[in-house]
Design a protein around this ligand. Structure first.
Ligand code: ATR
Length: 285
């Protein structure tokens, strides 16, 4: 995988497919900024080859300090890691790996990224008791866990397939409630946060009008979709006069803990980095 003459520290994002990942742009920016002798690269690995990839990570022959894990390996990464942390174990999915003393550790930084983005762009967003999360997939799980840990009293999960929302309510305990789509208007009443974790609105695909007027007047609406930056949901929220936070910051902030683990410096999410990623998005739009 590596030329043995290569020096420095190296990290990866492993997935299948992985070529559209923006992580190399983000980590590459920080590597240059710190002047670190190292690299961050995409590695395309099929499901069948993933255990061998992890074995080579563990024994050091791949030459990596660690890396990110994306679709379709996030669940298996936790199962195959020697030391999954409590967070990734509870979620059943990891996005960050690192090697320490010949053991593969795993964590999940999506929830931290979600919170850090809102903290940065809308301080005080968390002063409410009630949040509504649309969707019940992997992103939803990390966000529910983060909201619960932040202290929200009621987290309502609304999903097209209500059984998946019910599974999450069972998994995350008594502050999490499951609802079918039809209950959205009722559930939004009096909530201070609405999060879309589904692919609705991706690439600007139109979405139905949502009853956002039911939210508190000073509520925040946010989206994990960040292509386009201002999604159809965020446009609707703006029309209702609600505060909005786009999802790009979640992508940027979730990358911080991994970089610090692999390269030993804690990077910053700067306006310059954000502009760099936006320019890249526009170039590939
Ligand atoms: P991820 O891991 O990225 O969150 P996922 O596990 O595939 O992705 O979950 C996608 C979520 O988007 C699910 O909640 C899905 O609803 P279902 O559980 O009913 O499938 C939701 N979703 C995707 N497309 C949707 C649509 N057109 N309308 C409503 N919900 C949708």
């Amino acid at each position: 995988m590596f030329d043995s003459r290569e020096t420095g520290r190296h990290a990866f994002v492993v997935g299948y497919p992985v070529k559209h990942s923006r992580s190399p742009l983000i980590h590459g920016y920080w590597l240059r900024q710190f002047g670190i002798d190292g690299s961050y690269r995409t590695v395309e690995v099929t499901e069948a080859d993933f255990p061998v990839f992890l074995e080579r990570l563990r024994d050091g022959s791949a030459g990596y300090s660690g890396g990110n894990v994306t679709i379709p390996h996030k669940e298996r990464a936790v199962r195959l890691a020697d030391r999954p942390d409590a967070l990734s174990e509870e979620l059943g999915a990891a996005n960050t790996l690192w090697v320490e003393d010949g053991l593969v550790h795993s964590t999940n930084t999506d929830g931290l990224g979600f919170l850090a983005n809102l903290d940065e762009r809308k301080p005080g967003w968390d002063c409410f008791d009630k949040a509504v999360v649309l969707g019940a997939g992997g992103a939803s799980r990390a966000i529910i866990q983060a909201l619960r840990n932040r202290g929200f009293d009621e987290i309502h999960v609304v999903n097209r397939t209500v059984e998946r929302a019910e599974e999450l309510a069972d998994r995350f305990g008594k502050r999490v409630f499951a609802h079918p789509m039809g209950a959205l208007a009722e559930v939004l009443s009096g909530a201070g946060l609405f999060v879309n974790t589904t692919s609705l609105g991706l690439h600007g695909t139109p979405i139905p009008d949502l009853p956002l007027e039911r939210l508190k007047a000073d509520a925040t609406v946010t989206d994990v979709v960040y292509v386009p930056l201002v999604t159809p949901l965020l446009l609707q929220a703006e029309r209702h006069g609600l505060a909005t936070v786009d999802g790009l910051g979640m992508l940027l902030h979730q990358a911080v803990p991994g970089f610090e683990r692999w390269f030993g410096r804690r990077p910053q999410v700067t306006p310059e980095l954000r502009a760099l990623v936006i320019a890249d998005m526009e170039m590939h739009a």
